[in-house]
Design a protein around this ligand. Sequence first.
Ligand code: FEO
Ligand code: CA
Ligand code: CA
Length: 673
Amino acid sequence: MEDNILTTSPYFGALCERRLSRRSLLLNASVAAAVAGALPTLGSTANVSSRHTSYKAVGPTREDAVLLSPGLRHDVLIGWGDSLFADARSLSAREIRSLAWLDDKAAERQQRLFGTNNDALAFFAAPGKRGVGALCVNHEYVMPELSLATLPSSASERAKNRESWIKARPQVVPWMQAAHGVSVVDLKRSARGWSVVRGGPSTRRITANTPMQIMGPARGDVLMRTNADPTGTLALGTFANCAGGKTPWGTYLTAEENVQDYFGGARSWAAESDDDMTKLAHRRWPLRERSAYGWEVVDPRFDVRREPREPLRHGWIVEIDPQNPDAPPKKRTSLGRFCHEGANTILTKDGRVAAYMGDDTKFEYVYKFVTRGRFDAKSRAANRDLLDDGTLHVARFDASGRGEWLALVHDENGPLNSRNGFRSQADVVIKCRAAADILGATPMDRPEDVEPSPVTGRVYMSLTKNDDRVVKRAEFTGREIDMGPDHANPRPKNDFGHIVELIEDNDDASSTRFSWNLFLLAGDPRNSNARFLTKVEDIGPDKLAREDVYYAGYTDREAVSPIACPDNLGFDPTGRLWIVTDADEELIGNNGCFVVPTTGEERGQLRQVLSAPVGAEVCGCEFTPDGTTLFLSIQHPGEGGTVDAPVSHWPDGGGLPARSAVIAVSREDGSPL
Ligand code: FEO
Ligand code: CA
Ligand code: CA
């Protein structure tokens, strides 16, 4: 195994070393300052600073193009339908203008092609070989109107006719299942930039039907057993894969997010069934009578009346080894079951692995898992199942600016006991949200990426938006809560989203206590109704209006870019935070990519460096180890249109329908971004 082309990421190792040395120098003094609300002035080096200020902001725009700050360029690497293997024929934008491609072989063909709606990206550099590596890419979902010609143009008409449409073309369901999951793509860099190596050593497609092992505390549990798998150990497929992450030993973590959209028949099942144990397991992650995609019309696995426990086998973090295309992916149930956005790892001071995770639903929680065992940098095999054993925590944010990681551990003498519905740790991880409720976790404004800085160790979490943040107490997602603003989610009707900065006690990712502060209140500083806040004292649950903005205390209103709905986060090797957005374009314009220093005098000086095509959200945010290339996902360009009446023609142009695709962004002179 050690002689494969990819071993433990040298990028990760280098960053860990740098983090540990720089952190001890820079951070400890800053913790007290940050807690007190002062602005830290750390770690800014002259060259990073000049690189940052050299970015001239681009946008907001409404252009149907990838637009970049001057001095930057991009290449389109691969998009939906492009062949991954030398023997597979690509499905082109021209071909999808009719439905002729959707024949009985469409699913088989799709298994050899890049999937739809690419989302998270993780690059694994091949050690010892410059400019070679593997890119793991999520295919979150299918938007039928952007893939299937002849569908009705209105969403309500599409929904009304869905069942008969699928029954007339049942092959569409296995095709959709094959378009989901993950692609592992081999890449190489030449003088012309990065390109795909079709059929390279890592190349692989994982779909909604790929067999994968259920690992950790829920493995074999009664709630994981189905008619098709009475052992509860072998699940089929991964889908709704949103963001992701990487382990220090060079594996990919893919996050199963909105799995509730894939199952139908739940209401009629609940009306007829007396299986209270399974009903209780679904309480905090409710299912619907009609799924979003109609797979249950032809596939009984997705019909809750047939397989009421199948949904419980999804909604996990899945580990994939890009070095071993034959190894089955593993669902790591120790990391809990919820709408997983991603899982971003960092080493604790004693060499264990912490993974930070968000549950991307309104009023859901932020989690951290810490392994019991230590990362072994010398033996990749020793880390193989490290993620199966450890402690899952959920965050409580206190008004004081302090907070606590609450351990989600089954204990007959603690709150998570059988009298409260938790017979075992399997119950705790399967009914993770319900367990977190009991511990008093803080309901957040849709936690997306939760990302530790590899340079400072501070953790940044995107709270993308929550327009239901209004003062009232009400039933929401299976329990009653206070929905009004609080200190960590201070803005009423939070349409623009915000970012929270978390500083672990002792600067150690294994700590159970932390300090936190607001890093960004997103919005549009050009709006004359928006107050441009610069002092933490002005931020609080009773002090803010929907339009108010705050850029980590940065004081020059003219020098920052408008931003709405931060989603995925990334760090370049120097520690600047990169943010990509997923907002309604009516708010400020097309989505984009932004960069902001988190330390030094430029802390908070946020600049937009990329504007995405019409209808697209931007995902990914993954750097090469040398910091010269930024990989980004352009997901669902053309949303709002259809194949027959496209509102975007990116990336193919020429009046063709749009396709989701991955781009590589670099400086024109090839220097680090
Ligand atoms: Fe799939 Fe949380 O965005
Ligand atoms: Ca996302
Ligand atoms: Ca999102």
